[in-house]
Design a protein around this ligand. Structure first.
Ligand SMILES: *Cc1c(COP(=O)(O)O)cnc(C)c1O
Length: 373
């Protein structure tokens, strides 16, 4: 493959060596879990929210979602509205919480699920909404936050793909992804904009009681010598925290690089027939650059032949996955079902050489041309 879909910044030899030296110190120090590296990373993360939100480091983005829903004390019969166009972990976490997942469609011209898709699904049993700024676009979240506020419903923001994304509210004020809900969840899975060298995640919240409870819950419900409730083991280890501390210091540079690459794709691919590019939105974090093509599978095969690796997020969508089919046999989400068959993510990562970006652009042009013949 001439252009890989993704390369981790930690594969860069100089960075790998630098991290290796710090990891060796941790190894020699002997404090391996929830130590000073984790604390320092948590501080850096909450500093991105001016310390108005506290961060709790956990083991994965999935665990963060499970803990976030646990904090809401949901009962059987309670409903949680979430987009069907998201990663399966969102759905799993709702099932694990004992509540009923209610799946929402995407917009007609966009992968995002917005307040208009959510509003008609609200019932007296709705306890929470999960907003997912998919692929790094948080522009739909302010209206969802307003809807939740008006209705007295808890809002969880799953910003696994949107750390660093920004948007504006109805008054034009700037808002950061993760600053609009009661709890936000993050994943540091290696392909995320801030990626670890393994599994890791975090929760952030402005509510002190939720923060304290989440801190205890990730470590068997323990607070001091006491176990106040049945908890989990979802602790972050020091070696991942070393990586993430370095990553968060570079995050703004990486976001800038991602935005420039997306900008080039948007400019250079704009004239291709039957290719629907993602919307150009201020503050988009571009974790993934996902276009739509009615002939997606052919396009993917053609790009692959030309040496460009691509990915599909997410097909089939959640409600059409085999294990869930029966449960959702009656659910029709026409926009998402169409998008799912058309979605294709192009390579985009921080540190991607300009020559690779050019290669992707050339390959896209060649692929579209050869498909027209
Ligand atoms: C990656 C991801 C998750 C899950 O994170 P893990 O760290 O892999 O458990 C959850 N939600 C979304 C939207 C994601 O992209």
């Amino acid at each position: 493959m001439k252009v890989p879909f993704f390369r981790s910044p930690w594969q860069t030899p100089e960075l790998a060596q630098q991290l290796g030296r710090e990891m060796a110190e941790v190894l020699q120090g002997g404090h391996y879990i929830l130590g000073p590296q984790v604390q320092s990373f948590e501080q850096s993360l909450s500093a991105r929210y001016s310390h108005e939100r506290q961060a709790i480091a956990v083991n994965s983005g999935t665990d963060a979602l499970v803990l976030a829903l646990h904090l809401l004390d949901l009962q059987a019969g309670d409903e949680v509205i979430l987009p069907a166009g998201t990663f399966i972990a969102c759905f799993e976490a709702v099932i694990r919480s004992g509540a009923t997942p209610v799946l929402a469609d995407s917009r007609a011209d966009d992968f995002l699920c917005s307040a208009e898709q959510i509003r008609p699904l609200i019932t007296p049993r709705t306890r929470a909404v999960m907003a997912v700024p998919l692929f790094g676009d948080t522009s739909a979240t302010p209206a969802i936050a307003q809807l939740c506020k008006d209705q007295g419903i808890a809002l969880i923001e799953d910003i696994a793909q949107a750390l660093g994304a920004q948007t504006r509210d109805a008054n034009g004020d700037r808002l950061h992804a993760g600053s609009m809900g009661d709890i936000a969840t993050l994943s540091f899975y290696p392909t995320k904009t801030l990626g670890a060298a393994g599994d890791a995640g975090a929760l952030i919240s402005p509510h002190t009681h939720l923060v304290e409870r989440a801190r205890a819950l990730r470590n068997h419900g323990r607070s001091g010598a006491l176990h106040g409730e049945v908890g989990f083991n979802s602790r972050m280890d020091e070696l991942q925290a070393v990586v993430l501390r370095h990553g968060i210091a570079r995050l703004d540079t990486w976001l800038h690089e991602r935005r420039s690459i997306a900008q080039r794709y948007l400019e250079q691919l704009a004239d291709l027939p039957d290719i629907f590019l993602p919307h150009r939105r201020e503050g988009h974090a571009w974790n993934y650059f996902v276009l739509r093509s009615p002939r997606r599978d052919e396009l993917k095969a053609e790009l692959n032949r030309l040496g460009v690796d691509t990915r599909v997020y997410y097909d089939p969508p959640i409600h059409q996955q085999p294990s869930y089919l029966q449960r959702f046999a009656a659910v029709e989400l026409p926009n998402l079902q169409r998008h799912a068959q058309q979605a294709l993510a192009l390579p985009l990562y921080a540190g991607m050489p300009a020559s690779e970006v050019d290669l992707v652009i050339d390959a896209m042009r060649a692929a579209v041309n050869s498909m027209r013949r």
